[in-house]
Design a binder for this molecule. Structure first.
Ligand code: 5RP
Length: 223
């Protein structure tokens, strides 16, 4: 089965969890796009918060009621993709640059279900470079700090210039290769001035829907 078919399968499986009247958080990226498309194919036009401008444009185009967090007091379900996830449902996100909004939306959702093809589940996190969103002013300071931690890191570029997130920040991609202790790194990055968000998602994901051997498999976060 192609990667695209796998994304469509998990996207549809997640859309099947949505009941009419639910408020939704909509993720960003190619897998989240399949979820949004599957919602529309079910005839749903939910009230939702989008985790990026790109997702907002798509959802508005499909006739969804896209609102801000000032309007929505409660998000019932958020569905999003991941770059890497381990068996504890700790994940790396932000390959699409939307990590800050994605983390905020996940943190205020009643239920968080993420979806992915068969490449996303890993034994240990870190092969995928960790996105770290920074204030442009602080970028060189944070780059040096990340290098001191042993990761090769670089500022993400787009058309030869720093990529600018929807929140107006830059992103450093930090290639740790292996993240020994995600909890320790989370604390360290949260304490680093100039870091406004990072792509380690810890204790946020309730359930992963993943493709394995041609089937959709659900993994719940261990309690
Ligand atoms: C965007 C993300 C995406 O969810 C992540 O990069 C996965 O993307 P895709 O579904 O295209 O593989 O975190 O910031």
């Amino acid at each position: 089965m192609s990667q695209q078919d796998q994304k469509e399968r998990v996207g549809k499986a997640a859309a099947d969890l949505v009941e009419s009247g639910m408020t939704l958080g909509l993720g960003t990226g190619s897998t989240a796009t399949c979820f949004i498309q599957a919602l529309a194919e079910r005839g749903l036009r939910p009230r939702c918060v989008a985790t990026s401008e790109a997702t907002a444009v798509m959802a508005l185009g499909l006739g969804f009621d896209v609102v801000g967090l000032d309007v929505l007091s409660k998000i019932d379900l958020t569905v999003d993709g991941v770059d890497e996830v381990d068996a504890n449902l700790t994940a790396i996100k932000g390959g699409g640059g939307a990590l800050m909004r994605e983390k905020i939306v996940a943190s205020i959702s009643e239920t968080v279900v993420y979806i992915g093809d068969d490449t996303k589940l890993v034994d240990r996190l870190g092969k995928f470079p960790l996105p770290i969103e920074v204030s442009p002013f602080a970028s060189s300071v944070v780059l040096r700090k990340i290098s001191d931690l042993g990761a090769k890191s670089e500022i993400r570029l787009q058309d030869g210039k720093p990529f600018v997130s929807d929140e107006g920040h830059w992103i450093i991609d930090a290639a740790f290769e292996l993240i020994e202790d995600p909890y320790e790194l989370d604390v360290l990055l949260n304490m680093t001035p100039g870091v406004v968000a990072h792509g380690l998602f810890i204790d946020l994901i309730d359930r992963m829907l993943l493709m394995q051997n041609g089937d959709v498999v659900a993994l719940d976060r261990p309690q």
